[in-house]
Design a protein around this ligand. Structure first.
Ligand SMILES: *[C@@H]1O[C@H](CO)[C@@H](O)[C@H](O)[C@H]1NC(C)=O
Ligand SMILES: *[C@@H]1O[C@H](CO)[C@@H](O)[C@H](O)[C@H]1NC(C)=O
Ligand SMILES: [Cu+2]
Length: 252
């Protein structure tokens, strides 16, 4: 099969398979297991369950990287809506995200950001604006040793991606933005598919650090059509992949 045919097949399969994408259905925060927001169950329950995850409308991607939805929400342009609950985790602790079955065609990077809730705001009501440069990267993986993070590596890890909260991080309320960018249609813009899920955490401990402004980006804005790694042809030969967004904050 030619590369072009393969790309076409994937595009068609994706358009038809409304449920063939994914989201985080469970996660472990500092040793405690939580359900994610379940877009095909939660809205239909009475009472609607309270979650640490901000609601998502479904399992579909964001391809308009100028939309507020690229923050946390799947569609509609309304941006991130707060959740009722907050999970506690010490600086230096771990969060393990478990994804629903992820299509093997959806190669790409796995990236995790944090955003500190500004003093005077509460995470259960705070909605970042599109121009808020508050997001910083704490973890990323793309393509290495011939393996893609979102497919080869994630599936070898029981669909689970684990990140560590920097041990120097100052206590406070943070939004966690955990994301896969699927690149199977990323040969031109729009094409790359962002699948962000956002969770509310309270970081505890005696850390004192937060990143300087050169690590902080807004969503939307962090990714554009000209950001390296947003337009990328996975069907042609390559040896490396530039992961979009700022450098990972190393905790200093
Ligand atoms: C997300 O997008 C949906 C669909 O457009 C919209 O109805 C909703 O208000 C947005 N926010 C949440 C929290 O789902
Ligand atoms: C895989 O992850 C699921 C969901 O977190 C968990 O229930 C299951 O025990 C895990 N399986 C293994 C082999 O770790
Ligand atoms: Cu898809």
């Amino acid at each position: 099969m030619t590369f072009l045919n393969k790309a076409l097949l994937v595009a068609v399969a994706c358009a038809l398979g409304a449920r063939a994408h994914g989201y985080v259905d469970t996660l472990n925060v500092g040793g405690t297991t939580y359900s994610g927001y379940l877009p095909y169950n939660d809205p239909y329950m009475n009472p609607v369950p309270q979650r640490i995850e901000r609601p998502i409308p479904g399992n579909g991607p964001i391809t308009d990287l100028t939309s507020l939805d690229v923050q946390c929400n799947g569609s509609g342009g309304s941006g991130s809506s707060p959740a009722a609950l907050v999970a506690s985790v010490p600086a230096g602790g771990k969060i393990a995200f478990h994804w629903t079955t992820w299509p093997s065609s959806h190669v790409g990077p796995v990236i995790t950001y944090l955003a500190k809730v500004p003093s005077g705001s509460q995470i259960t009501s705070y909605k970042p604006t599109g121009s808020s440069s508050i997001w910083f990267k704490i973890d990323q993986a793309g393509y290495s040793n011939g393996e893609w993070a979102a497919t080869d590596v994630l599936s070898a890890q029981n669909s689970t991606w684990t990140v560590t909260i920097p041990s120097s991080l100052a206590p406070g309320q943070y939004i966690v933005r955990h994301e896969i960018i699927a690149l199977h249609s990323a040969g031109s813009y729009p094409g790359a598919q962002s699948y962000p899920d956002c969770f509310q955490i309270q970081v505890t401990g005696s850390g004192t650090k937060t990143p300087s402004s050169n690590y902080l980006v807004p969503f939307p804005g962090a990714y554009t059509a000209s950001t390296p790694g947003i337009v990328f042809d996975v069907y042609n030969s390559f040896t490396s992949y530039p992961i979009p967004g700022p450098a990972v904050w190393n905790g200093n």
